[in-house]
Design a protein around this ligand. Structure first.
Ligand SMILES: Cc1cc2nc3c(=O)[nH]c(=O)nc-3n(C[C@H](O)[C@H](O)[C@H](O)COP(=O)(O)OP(=O)(O)OC[C@H]3O[C@@H](n4cnc5c(N)ncnc54)[C@H](O)[C@@H]3O)c2cc1C
Length: 433
């Protein structure tokens, strides 16, 4: 994306969230040279929550967003607020990272959804927040063993989690296709774009400066400070945060080459008739089942079903996604007879081979929280508090996500296509016990 001060900003993805979010706060392009304690590149939930938590503590923060607040993954996702990773369970984290870093990360994940909803309540953020819990239902009876282990591992860490039998999850979801579920009580769902924009508003009210249409074009270190240049301005700051996740571009090339990007689609139905909507997810929880080929469901405030999918073959996806998803909806909720889709949009997910979100130190006083592997909403918001601690002097080694070396990979765009194609294998595994 190339911008000048006269450039028209790209619109948000044509999502349900963009159609239903309250107006974003007014923001402008950076056209000056400004100073700050911390310059944050990226105006998604990570960058904006960081700016908010910093501003609360009197740390001056400037956010530079290339497009609009919430333009990246934060405005395009399905809005599930989940206090856990997709592919890494607590004991596995301890085995990989050691007891100290592992348990620190587990506590960080466990508390991330509560922190997100508490922040929403504290600032009265209007984002259709519903904290009724998040369920991971077992799509095959054999997956109950995995969920039992997961339940035991989280319970050992004082997590508010339950193990539901088939009847209990059928009552919550309004479908009897599942064999039971793990249920994390602090989870829930939001309009994610409204959350990002609400964080921007709260951060600005607390004194942070948020510039949109202001891509960081270069970063350099001079006289012990960071200088970040945009097309028509610059920021000089003691510290630098790069919070660009799957939308990381050429600013820090080795960072971009450390992430495998896949395209994930999100869709919503039209508002369901009241009598049907009442029986579909009557508990209004959020849910994504045990398939490796993601199968998420939730409703929005108007009674639309919101779900999503990734296609293995990244060709002609816009046309192929509709029948694919309509079939999925019919499998889980045959009572929904009108399976036409009102909104269809997509976004990029950043994956890493070891599936671990991490922070990278990218220079003295410079940090990047990144690679959320498709679970960055609660983690990104919670990272904001961690980064405010870091800006006050806490070591990067002591934060909630592990500090890892950047590992650039060759042929990174081909790896993205391969990762997408790997779904075929996931589907085979999902069909087995
Ligand atoms: C379709 C989809 C569904 C998902 N579903 C879920 C879900 O239900 N629950 C969940 O927890 N997670 C989900 N995720 C993942 C989640 O959306 C992300 O992990 C999270 O939004 C990352 O937030 P962020 O603030 O770190 O990055 P982003 O929100 O991606 O923000 C990065 C920003 O950086 C900006 N940027 C990039 N380069 C520059 C530059 N040089 N200068 C200035 N700005 C720049 C971009 O414009 C972008 O706005 C999903 C993701 C997608 C795509």
């Amino acid at each position: 994306m190339a911008f000048s001060s006269s450039t028209v900003l790209p619109d948000h993805a044509p999502s349900l969230w963009a159609a239903t979010a309250p107006p974003a706060p007014e923001t402008v392009q950076l056209t000056d040279a400004v100073q700050a304690d911390v310059v944050i590149v990226g105006g998604g939930v990570t960058g904006l929550s960081s700016a908010l938590h910093m501003a609360e503590r009197g740390i001056s923060a400037v956010v530079l967003e290339a497009a609009r607040t919430g333009f990246g993954g934060s405005g395009r996702n399905s809005g599930h607020i989940i206090p856990a990773l997709g592919a890494r369970d607590p004991d596995m984290l301890v085995a990989k990272l050691g007891a100290d870093a592992g348990e620190r990360m587990i506590a960080f994940l466990r508390d991330s959804a509560s922190l997100t909803f508490d922040l929403i309540r504290k600032y009265g953020i209007d984002c259709d927040a519903v904290q009724n819990g998040w369920a991971q239902p077992a799509h095959r009876a054999s997956r109950m063993k995995v969920l039992e282990r997961r339940y035991e591992e989280w319970t050992r860490r004082q997590t508010r989690v339950d193990l539901l039998d088939a009847g209990a999850i059928a009552d919550k979801l309004g479908t009897d296709v599942y064999h039971g579920a793990l249920f994390m009580r602090t989870g829930g769902h939001v309009n994610p774009l409204a959350l990002a924009q609400g964080l921007a508003r709260a951060a600005m009210e607390q004194g942070a400066r948020v510039y949109t249409g202001s891509p960081a074009l270069s970063v350099e270190r001079a006289d012990g400070k960071w200088r970040v240049a945009t097309p028509s301005g610059q920021v000089i700051a003691e510290r630098l945060v790069v919070a660009t996740n799957a939308y990381t571009g050429a600013l820090i090339p080795q960072l971009a080459r450390s992430l495998v990007r896949i395209i994930n689609y999100q869709v919503s139905t039209h508002p369901m008739p009241k009598e049907i909507a009442a029986g579909v997810i009557p508990s209004d929880i959020s849910s994504s089942d045990t398939r490796a080929d993601l199968y998420p469901f939730r409703k929005d405030r108007a009674g639309r079903l919101v779900t999503g999918a990734t296609l293995a073959l990244p060709l002609n996806m816009d046309a192929r996604i509709r029948p694919w998803i309509a079939e999925r909806i019919g499998n889980a909720f045959p009572q929904i007879t009108d399976r036409r889709l009102e909104y269809v949009w997509n976004g990029r997910i950043a994956l890493t081979p070891n599936r671990l979100p991490r922070i990278h130190e990218i220079g003295p006083g410079a940090i990047s929280p990144i690679a959320y592997n498709g679970r960055g909403m609660a983690i990104g918001v919670a990272m904001g508090r961690e980064l405010a601690d870091w800006a006050e002097g806490k070591s990067a080694d002591a934060l909630g996500l592990p500090k890892l070396e950047i590992t650039p990979m060759p042929f990174i765009s081909s790896l993205g296509r391969l990762a997408q194609a790997a779904l075929v294998r996931y589907r085979q595994l999902d069909a087995r016990d």
